[in-house]
Design a protein around this ligand. Structure first.
Ligand code: A2P
Length: 342
């Protein structure tokens, strides 16, 4: 990997794609060139870019993504959907670039590392051209679980998610805005535009993210189960997940109950979380301080609050975890993986 890589952002016009550009700037990623790629619909469009590394601030002209787009590229940050990732994989790898893919296309393949830099940075070493970025809900959960796991093996996790609309992409955020406005203006239910989700998201919560599986769980829930085991490198961790969409623009919340093999005190857990990279403990209930999506959009850390004993199991703790899923759950985590490659 050159010291100043050429970076392609695939899906640059999307919610995560735009955030890739922001994060490259924020981390001053040492790129020699940044290319913005999207569908033919966006070709020629200009995206403002604040610059990073050797790239000066200015507008990036979006190019149509084709297999030929990756000549000379060293790192390709992908967030254009699983089918696009599958279509482009061969061309990206053949061009000698490393694909860091935000989609679910390759996450569970044996030769594809699934990486959260705070948890399993060592796994980037064995990639063969593709590194997968985990599901957003999984990322923030494992960032909070890892320092606790280091105190005692984790036997079981029960998690309920409160997931923001932006997890479904930029059009879903627009749908939440527009529907909320239309709802408040008294638009009849049957005239509301419902496109990004199965039901109205304004003033509602929807316990359905991604498709249903044979066992009646959703694919989003399944991802949290299998991805957690792969990232943590422990097949014995049991995860029970319920994933719910809520009318929040950015940042997922997660109520997490953890059962350990050995006793872990709240004080020890707090100390471990406070010392952990990428974690910010925000837990002062006397002053009503705890993490909330409404105050954490645009942040990088995984915030942990409401830390307490779970007395219903042996060796149990409960906590509430919030992170900006477009940043830590997607763009930031991917750029941090790129930093590991350097
Ligand atoms: P475009 O804006 O041109 O449609 P989001 O997840 O926010 O919906 O963003 C999806 C991103 O993936 C956008 O940048 C979108 O580009 C891009 N994209 C979608 N389909 C394709 C495709 N077939 N080829 C290239 N880029 C695509």
């Amino acid at each position: 990997m050159p010291e100043h890589p050429v970076v392609a952002v695939a899906g640059a016009t999307g919610a995560v794609g735009r955030e890739f550009l922001q994060v490259l700037h924020d981390l001053d990623f040492p790129a020699s060139e940044v290319r913005a790629l999207a569908s033919s619909r966006s070709a020629g469009k200009e995206l403002p870019f604040l610059g990073c590394g050797e790239v000066a601030p200015g507008n990036l002209v979006v190019e149509e993504m084709t297999p030929a787009s990756f000549g000379g590229v060293d790192i390709a940050l992908f967030s254009a959907g699983a089918s696009v990732s599958r279509k482009m994989r061969e061309a990206v790898v053949a061009a000698g670039a490393v694909m860091i893919d935000n989609s679910s296309a390759f996450r569970m393949e044996d030769d594809v590392p699934l990486v959260v830099p705070e948890v399993n940075p060592q796994d980037v070493a064995w990639h063969s051209g593709v590194i997968a970025n985990p599901n957003c809900s999984t990322i923030q959960m494992v960032v909070a679980l890892k320092p606790l796991y280091d105190l005692s093996p984790i036997k079981r996790v029960v998690v309920s998610t409160y997931q923001a609309a932006s997890g479904a992409g930029a059009p879903a955020m627009a749908e939440l805005y527009d529907q909320t406005r239309a709802f408040l203006e008294g638009t009849p239910e049957e005239e509301l535009v419902i496109d990004a989700f199965q039901h109205r998201i304004a003033f509602n919560v929807i316990p359905h993210i991604d498709v249903f599986m044979d066992d009646d769980s959703t694919k989003e829930e399944w991802k949290m189960v299998v991805e957690t085991k792969k990232i943590m490198g422990d097949d014995n961790i049991k995860v029970a997940a319920t994933c719910v969409r809520v009318p929040v623009l950015r940042c997922h919340g997660e109520a997490i109950n953890v059962e350990f093999a050995d006793e872990v005190s709240v004080a020890d857990a707090r100390r471990a979380l406070e010392a952990a990279p990428g974690v910010c403990v925000m837990d002062d209930i006397k002053n009503n301080v705890y993490p909330m999506p409404g105050i954490l959009a645009g942040t990088n850390d995984t915030y942990v609050g409401r830390l307490r004993k779970d007395p219903t199991v042996d060796h149990g703790l409960a906590m509430w975890v919030v992170a900006d899923q477009i940043r830590k759950g997607a763009a930031l985590n991917a750029v941090q993986i790129a930093q590991l490659l350097l």
